[in-house]
Design a protein around this ligand. Structure first.
Ligand SMILES: CC(C)(COP(=O)(O)OP(=O)(O)OC[C@H]1O[C@@H](n2cnc3c(N)ncnc32)[C@H](O)[C@@H]1OP(=O)(O)O)[C@@H](O)C(=O)NCCC(=O)NCCS
Length: 149
């Protein structure tokens, strides 16, 4: 089930919650400065958060490049996984991309991250290549996925 989560645009005041989510969920978490640069770049980025009451329980960061959308980041707060949060965020983000006449979506995902891959495959993403040692800290390879919207 999905679609029950409230989604809104990410704001400056969200950044500390987003840093906590990053640290909890990513081996190479983004810093506050990186997140602020992303959130405030409204020209080419679209950052959204999912809320449980007023609590931030997930977020999605998109980057628009010509007729492509890049999924820069997506994460769900530990303890909230498997409840459709990432699904709702992606449904919202990709629907907005389509409204903007974006035709293709792409992202990188760690080869070991089967959970995230299953999510992306449900949205029609397919692997087209591998970036060797894409993740500096772990040395892990990334799969490059693309989807037609
Ligand atoms: C990958 C990640 C974003 C998925 O987020 P999520 O909110 O758990 O995703 P969803 O709940 O939308 O979907 C995940 C699964 O839950 C299932 N699900 C969805 N709603 C559900 C519900 N209400 N009850 C039970 N299960 C549900 C989905 O069927 C899906 O199944 P799958 O494991 O077969 O894909 C999350 O695990 C995460 O933050 N991981 C760490 C960060 C990360 O790896 N990000 C991606 C980097 S590329």
């Amino acid at each position: 089930m999905s679609g029950d989560w409230t989604i809104r645009a990410a704001e400056r005041r969200d950044v500390n919650d987003l840093v906590k989510l990053e640290v909890a969920q990513f081996p190479e978490p983004w810093t506050k400065g990186m997140l602020l640069d992303e959130i405030e770049n409204r020209e080419t980025r679209r950052y959204t958060v999912a809320l449980d009451e007023s609590r931030i329980v997930g977020y999605l960061g998109l980057m628009f490049v010509l007729d492509e959308v890049h999924v820069n980041t997506i994460g769900t707060l530990p303890g909230y996984e498997g409840r459709g949060i990432a699904t709702t965020l992606l449904e919202d983000g990709l629907a907005v991309a389509k409204e903007r006449s974006i035709t293709r979506a792409t992202l990188e995902v760690a080869v070991s991250n089967e959970r995230a891959q299953a999510l992306y495959y449900r949205f029609g993403f397919r692997p087209v290549g591998v970036r060797r040692r894409y993740y500096e800290r772990t040395g892990e390879d990334a799969l490059v996925l693309w989807a037609d919207l």
